[in-house]
Ligand binder design. Structure first.
Ligand code: SAH
Length: 397
């Protein structure tokens, strides 16, 4: 890693103003659309959705964010050294393993950024070194900070290659003295040669080892490794649309596929007869089960399994669902999953996607097998980046 740039606080962008003057715009590569005004970004994303999805039906106007700044409630920083031996932390330069040093970022939560800068200073103070991927020496690989938008709870996760952490107690004391807002601090052990940030094992140093947050009036427990939407303001908008599309009356059996920590399913549970959530990540399923209890949703249960496999079995056993919510990762759904949806024959499918390209591909299959797209609603969950989220309603013909 050589020649790092230190990111200075850029001038705040205006809604509708062009760019935000971030000095790391090109190097970091995180804000692909920063050269556009926010209104231009929305038009660009709308055009992308129209291009990919308008053959299925009318694409409603994208819902933008009123204040598209500091929305990222989860911040991850890689740690490293410059050639001169200075400790840096930040993001990997696009398509490389070179760290671009970030002090504060216009997309990221400001508290999270401040915690990361403090940890960088503490490393120096305690004479601890960042991990070096090439030599396998050194201590700190990454730091992940998550802040509950409504709850204000803050979690810091320090990722190290082994369970050792010299001067751990004093380090923690100094960190908490600087950031009394931290409600939990966790050490995560990741010794693998991998681009994944977190390893399997976590050791709680302080607090509960997770945070809670509130979305759409429900409370959620979020563990270090669980997926949780990164823009809570727009998530409420997105889920609001998804619930409206589902048209629940209290009588329905609902399937929440790719459910994460159960956010969509538990929002739906209030308006449905019963909810079954299915998710591959065991930590997320554990959180989902706890979240069902936290929200007194006796009518919701959660299963740890591959969504396609689970639903194929359910269809074979003759089970039915009235509504299926599906929210797959960027790669979209696989064929076994899509076939199982057709076999379960729900009246409505609410398909939430962070990648309209794979969504379009999956819609083709569902439309060939008896479904019709009734609603297409893009939502801007990731301002200044090229990503766009889209929720579609399909009804059985
Ligand atoms: N609906 C949730 C999570 C969506 S992210 C929310 O809105 O917060 C996609 C989720 O799909 C992740 O939690 C991931 O762990 C899960 N996942 C990925 N592949 C899966 C599969 N084959 N079967 C079930 N879940 C899967």
């Amino acid at each position: 890693m050589s020649g790092p740039e230190i990111k200075k606080r850029p001038a705040a962008p205006q809604k509708g103003g062009r760019g935000n003057g971030c000095p790391l715009y090109k190097k970091c590569g995180g804000c692909q659309l920063q050269n556009m005004t926010y209104d231009e970004q929305l038009s660009f994303k709308q055009a992308k959705c129209i291009r990919l999805l308008s053959s299925f039906g009318h694409v409603d106007e994208i819902i933008g964010m009123a204040r598209p700044l500091h929305y990222r409630n989860k911040v991850q920083a890689a740690f490293g050294l410059t050639r001169g031996g200075k400790i840096i932390s930040g993001v990997y330069q696009s398509a490389s393993h070179r760290i671009v040093c970030v002090d504060d970022c216009l997309l990221e939560d400001e508290t999270a950024d401040a915690v990361i800068v403090t940890i960088r200073a503490l490393l120096r103070q305690f004479r601890l070194s960042p991990y070096n991927e090439d030599t396998g020496k050194g201590l700190l690989r990454h730091v992940l900070v998550r802040r509950g938008f409504q709850s204000g709870e803050v979690m810091a996760v320090l990722v190290t290659p082994t369970a050792q952490f010299p001067k751990k107690h004093d380090f923690l004391k100094a960190l908490l003295a600087k950031h009394p807002e931290l409600t939990t601090v966790v050490q995560n052990v990741n010794g693998a040669k991998t681009s994944l940030v977190l390893g399997e094992r976590s050791v709680v140093w302080y607090g509960k080892g997770w945070i809670t947050d509130t979305l759409c009036g429900c409370t959620f427990r979020i563990s270090p490794r669980s997926f949780y939407q990164i823009n809570p303001v727009q998530t409420e908008v997105l889920y609001g649309k998804a619930m409206a599309f589902a048209g629940l009356t209290g009588q329905e059996t609902v399937l929440d596929a790719y459910c994460g920590i159960g956010t969509i399913g538990l929002c739906a549970a209030k308006h449905a007869k019963q909810v079954v959530g299915v998710e591959l990540n065991a930590d997320a399923v554990r959180d989902a089960k706890t979240n069902a209890k936290l929200n007194r949703a006796d009518n919701a249960r959660f299963v740890c399994a591959d969504a396609g496999r689970f639903m194929t079995e359910a269809a074979k056993a003759g089970e039915r669902a009235d509504v299926v919510f599906m929210d797959p990762p960027r790669a979209g759904s696989d064929l076994p999953f899509l076939k199982s949806v057709v076999a379960l024959a729900p009246k409505r499918v609410v398909y939430i996607s962070c990648n309209p390209e794979t969504q379009a591909r999956d819609l083709v299959f569902l439309c060939k097998h008896g479904y019709k797209v009734q609603k297409i609603q893009p939502v801007d969950m990731f301002p200044h980046t090229g990503h766009v989220e889209c929720v579609c309603l399909l009804c059985k013909q």
